[in-house]
Design a binder for this molecule. Structure first.
Ligand SMILES: [Zn+2]
Length: 82
C-alpha cells in the first residue's frame, strides 16, 4: 500500500456510500434510516465522514431545563422566601 493511499481512497468511498454509521454503536445503517436497528437510538443525516449525526434531543433538553428550573425554584422557596 503506497503512503497516503488511505487518505485518497477514504473520502471517495464515503461519498459513494449509501450507508451511514450509527454514532453510538457503529452499526451500518441505510442513509434513509432515522433510527438505529441495533441500539434503537435516533440518528440524523450522515456527516462527510459517513457517520450519522446525533439528533438534538429536545425532550431530554426540556426535561433537564425543567429540572433545573424546579430545583432553583425549590431553593428559592426553601431558603429565600420571607
Ligand atoms: Zn446504533
Amino acid at each position: 500500500m503506497p503512503p497516503g493511499y488511505r487518505d485518497v481512497a477514504a473520502p471517495n468511498l464515503t461519498r459513494l456510500s449509501v450507508v451511514k454509521r450509527c454514532p453510538y454503536c457503529s452499526a451500518n445503517l441505510k442513509n434513509s434510516e432515522t433510527r438505529c436497528f441495533s441500539c434503537n437510538r435516533k440518528v440524523g443525516e450522515p456527516d462527510r465522514h459517513g457517520i450519522a449525526k446525533k439528533p438534538f434531543d429536545w425532550k431530554g433538553y426540556g426535561m433537564s431545563l425543567l429540572a433545573t428550573v424546579a430545583f432553583i425554584g425549590f431553593m428559592w422557596w426553601a431558603f429565600f422566601r420571607k
